[in-house]
Design a protein around this ligand. Structure first.
Ligand code: ATP
Ligand code: MG
Length: 277
């Protein structure tokens, strides 16, 4: 069920002109609007890719459909899209929300960390998983993520008075250009889907590091794609339903080709995998 948007917080950077909104469920969402400049298909891509990543065990924000009413828009006049010198009103209706990992007034979320900190991110192996997933899903963008400090729920070994272990975690965000972006197709450029910084791949020593992820993609159940498809509201499709079905059929056919795509990537950028021998 959609969650009602309650309050505008701030505008986010980026081509889709996402806005951070507080919602009636007491959480905050980075919201991409149905009539954003990149088109409605990027909402479909976000929703489907998020569902698949979660199944694969790759950290990515929870998602929701955000319902925006006319009354909300009248109360929050900062919510609009800017196209060159003209303003485009956000349409009332259903939009895509990517959950902010806490209270934005208290939790700092970073787009970038220095390499020395990235190397200590607790779930950094997820960058290998998401490379496999992005190759499968034909993400034509660079892999984007956010970082924040979180309590891992573990206790520091041997400490006198145990303190919860705090570490940086990464969450994979921005899947708008999975499935070729608004084009819907699979272009398979060797560098597509690579993260912006090579440090996330420095621990790769061989295929063994990718195998668990390749295995999960290759053996995923067909119902998973149906489930992902059912998460898409009709209002985002606007006659695109049949094409989406064809896209998902192609996606299913590609599930065993991921290793080939990663091999092409390594060949195109060997220096990004310096320890892969
Ligand atoms: N779930 C989230 N939690 C916290 N911050 C987020 C989340 N999703 C997105 N952001 C922030 O919002 C910014 C814009 O999001 P995103 O990259 O998805 O939009 P975009 O318009 O596709 O951006 P670009 O065109 O720059 O790639 C990100 O750079 C990130 O800082
Ligand atoms: Mg982005």
């Amino acid at each position: 069920m959609p969650v009602l948007a309650r309050q505008f917080v701030r505008k986010m950077r980026g081509g889709a002109q996402a806005h951070l909104l507080e919602a009636e469920d007491g959480r905050w969402y980075v919201v991409k609007f149905r009539n954003n400049p990149q088109g409605a298909r990027i909402l479909v891509n976000e929703m489907i890719a998020s569902h698949l990543l979660r199944y694969l065990g790759i950290a990515t924000p929870e998602t929701a459909i955000l319902s925006i009413t006319q009354e909300f828009l009248e109360r929050n006049s900062e919510v609009y899209l800017q196209l060159g010198s003209t303003r485009r009103a956000v349409e009332p209706g259903w939009h895509f929300g990517s959950c902010y990992p806490g209270d934005p007034a208290r939790l700092a979320v970073y787009d970038f960390l220095p390499d020395t900190l990235v190397a200590q991110v607790a779930n950094r192996s997820h960058f290998l998983g998401v490379l496999a997933a992005d190759k499968w899903m034909g993400n034509v963008d660079a892999r984007q993520s956010v970082y924040f400090r979180a309590q891992l729920g573990e206790w520091a070994a041997g400490a006198e008075s145990p303190t919860p272990k705090v570490a940086f975690l990464a969450q994979m965000i921005d899947h708008g250009y999975a499935f070729g972006g608004p084009e819907w197709g699979f272009q398979d450029g060797p560098l597509h889907g690579l993260a912006l910084r090579p440090v996330v791949y420095q621990e790769v020593r061989g295929w063994r590091d990718f195998e668990p992820w390749l295995e999960r993609v290759a053996t995923l159940p067909a119902e998973l794609l149906d489930e992902a498809r059912r998460r898409i509201p009709e209002s985002w499709l606007d006659g695109d339903g049949d094409e989406l079905d064809r896209l998902l059929e192609k996606l299913w056919q590609r599930r065993r080709q991921v290793a080939d795509r990663i091999a092409e990537c390594r060949q195109a950028r060997p220096s990004w995998f310096p320890n892969w021998t």
